[in-house]
Ligand binder design. Structure first.
Ligand code: XIL
Length: 374
């Protein structure tokens, strides 16, 4: 016997249908509604993606990014050559575009990057030839200007990017003494340029998260192992000297041609955490091999497998901020950068969404890693 009157039953059917479509039964279907950021958030993880401001003109892309990411990171707009191309003349427009869209959609923005060897305008490289005092003054003025502008909007900055030299066996090994990369900053100021950068950033913003960001420290190769050793020894020294540093960013530009095992990465993350710092994943993307299988499904399965192995390791080790370097294969440096793009002209499929913005197995892999394997 039913207690539902015929009239109520008529009303109940569409309501039930609506309820069913609004709350699909499988975990994955729920995840699909939430986007990666929603899935990650349930585990206390902030998921985000890097972008170029100019790509916000693509409405479909913008919608997809909006759905998936809770945190934004400028690919170019915060780099020196973009934001201070001429001395003392800030070009903040493109960065502000990202900040404003983020604010409108409730997304935070992290800064990238204050002190790096790339993207330096000529006035900076020339100025750095003036030695240590010139270096200190150029660094300090840039931080005054840029942090002065971003302080109300950006609460996490990559203060120093890629300070470690690539060991023998890397794709681009550097010669030269010591663990540090030879950069115009090192040449001008000596090894202490790194600590100076963190001190200056802290002086300008007492509560900003100050991050050191590095690549080539994720995989199971002798070069990566040596680079991990170098980075860890730098971080330990910085901490020992009471340098105001809060976090280390693991870029994670992975390559399927390199082996990966969870254990070395796990050990590395917990060693970094052991110094009292937070560990973030800042730029995950995955390069395929030039001789990858032809079949798209087979290729995507390999990318997804690596994404899961990496992301689940990071998340289980306690990483709470996790970004990919882009969201879709539609816009990625993987396919337009010499030395990164495949020489065959074949396009890497190394981000969660395809060129058509549909979710690929890499998306499912990250969702699974963020939700603890379920
Ligand atoms: C890359 C951009 O994606 C490219 O478009 C640009 O040509 C070079 O820089 N590590 C970093 C990023 O910290 O800033 C780099 O971004 C990728 C490697």
């Amino acid at each position: 016997m039913t207690l539902v009157t015929p009239r109520r039953a008529v009303l109940a059917a569409p309501a039930l249908l609506m309820a069913l479509t609004k709350s699909p039964s499988t975990a994955l279907a729920r995840a699909a509604e939430d986007g990666l950021a929603g899935v990650a958030k349930k585990r206390g993880i902030t998921y985000g993606a890097a972008l170029l401001a100019e790509n916000l003109a693509d409405e479909n892309y913008k919608r997809a990014l909006d759905r998936e990411a809770a945190l934004l990171m400028p690919i170019w707009e915060g780099k020196w050559g973009a934001i201070e191309p001429q001395e003392a003349v800030l070009n903040t427009g493109p960065l502000k575009q990202i900040i404003d869209w983020g604010a409108a959609e409730g997304k935070a923005v992290r800064g990238h990057t204050l002190i790096w060897h790339e993207s330096l305008p000529e006035w900076v490289t020339k100025g750095l030839k003036g030695g240590r005092n010139a270096g200190i003054s150029i660094m300090a003025s840039h931080m005054d200007r840029v942090l002065g502008f971003t302080k109300p909007f950006i609460r996490d900055w990559d203060v120093v990017n890629e300070p470690i030299a690539d060991p023998p066996g890397s794709d681009t090994p550097q010669s030269g003494p010591g663990d540090l990369r030879r950069t115009p900053w090192l040449e001008a100021m000596g090894p202490d340029y790194i600590q100076q950068a963190f001190i200056m950033a802290r002086q300008r913003d007492a509560t900003l998260r100050l991050t050191l960001n590095e690549y080539g420290i994720e995989e199971d190769t002798p070069a990566a192992e040596e680079k991990r050793r170098r980075l860890l020894s730098l971080v330990r020294e910085l901490v020992m000297k009471s340098t105001p540093i809060d976090a280390v960013g693991i870029q994670a530009h992975l390559q399927l041609s390199n082996p990966f095992r969870p254990e070395p990465l796990q050990r590395f993350i917990s060693a970094l955490q052991g110094t009292g710092l937070q560990v973030l994943v800042t730029e995950l993307d995955i390069r395929e091999t030039w001789n990858a299988p032809q079949d798209i499904a087979a290729r995507d399965a390999l990318v997804a497998e690596r994404a899961y192995a990496f992301a689940s390791t990071a998340v289980e080790a306690g990483v709470k901020t996790f970004l990919t370097w882009g969201i879709s294969d539609r816009y990625t440096w993987l396919n337009d950068t010499p030395g990164v793009a495949m020489p065959s002209g074949r396009k890497h499929r190394g981000l969660p969404l395809g060129e058509d913005l549909s979710r690929k197995p890499m998306w499912q892999a990250l969702a699974r890693a963020f939700s603890g394997g379920s």
